[in-house]
Design a protein around this ligand. Structure first.
Ligand SMILES: Nc1nc2c(ncn2[C@@H]2O[C@H](COP(=O)(O)OP(=O)(O)OP(=O)(O)O)[C@@H](O)[C@H]2O)c(=O)[nH]1
Ligand SMILES: [Mg+2]
Length: 226
């Protein structure tokens, strides 16, 4: 549900994924990349982080960003706490804090040894989202930590999505909204596709709201520029 206040539209975007996959690092890098005002969004104020001494997120991180081209649009960006014990907190961040979620970026730790943990996190997301992923809530995937050795690639993850029915058949019009799978690195100095993956998610969130009234727009070409 999009939050509207004083002619402003607030879209809520959530970075979801297993503990340690890089969500907090991604948000910090996104902040650094956008604060110089050379991108289509700029941060409003500082990031808010609630973390343990270890750096693991304890509740959530949050940042507010403003679209430079679409002046009325703001993005409230959250990362969830991925450690296993925090299920109730994640549910709350997804469903309750400042409205429900308008788009999700699933952040996988690409190292092959974490495959099962990534799948577990995806299943939890699927259950909390109640079959709304892709059809009502745009889904984008980041295979993060691609700078490390022994990582999974797009085809591996596409199979997982297909197994979990998070991939729409190519003869269905809505298949144009299937998740894009980005291979990313979140570390600022070696950053790869951090802004690009966010931008695509924000674009889809806006299209779902403007043309689809909260659903994947069936009659619009997803490559439409906004
Ligand atoms: N090599 C490498 N390390 C990364 C990358 N992204 C994050 N890290 C490291 O992975 C560790 C965990 O990163 P976080 O950003 O705290 O992970 P998180 O997903 O927020 O974890 P939770 O808050 O527990 O859910 C940190 O030491 C990061 O520096 C990456 O792309 N490559
Ligand atoms: Mg975190």
């Amino acid at each position: 549900m999009v939050l509207q206040k004083d002619g402003k539209v607030f879209l809520k975007i959530v970075y979801w994924g297993m503990g340690g996959s890089g969500k907090t690092t991604i948000l910090k890098t996104l902040y650094e990349l956008t604060k110089e005002k050379k991108k289509d969004i700029i941060p409003v104020g500082d990031l808010q982080m609630i973390a343990k001494d270890s750096g693991a997120t304890l509740y959530f991180d949050r940042g507010l960003f403003h679209s430079i081209k679409e002046k009325e649009i703001y993005y409230r960006i959250y990362t969830i706490a991925g450690q296993k014990a925090f299920v109730p907190l994640r549910r709350k961040v997804f469903d309750k804090l400042e409205g429900t979620t308008d788009a999700v970026i699933f952040v996988a730790d690409s190292q092959t040894m974490y495959l099962e943990d990534n799948i577990e996190s995806l299943l939890e997301l699927k259950s909390i989202a109640n079959d709304r992923l892709i059809r009502e809530i745009p889904l984008i995937v980041m295979l993060n930590k691609q700078d490390l050795k022994q990582t999974i690639d797009e085809e591996d993850f596409k199979l997982i999505l297909k197994n979990e029915k998070l991939w729409i058949d190519s003869n269905n019009k809505l298949s144009a909204w299937n998740p894009i799978i980005y291979k990313t690195c979140a570390i600022f100095d070696h950053e790869k596709d951090i802004y690009r993956s966010f931008h695509e998610t924000a674009r889809r969130a806006t299209l779902y709201q403007i043309y689809g009234k909260g659903r994947a727009p069936a009659d619009h070409d997803p490559s439409i520029l906004i």
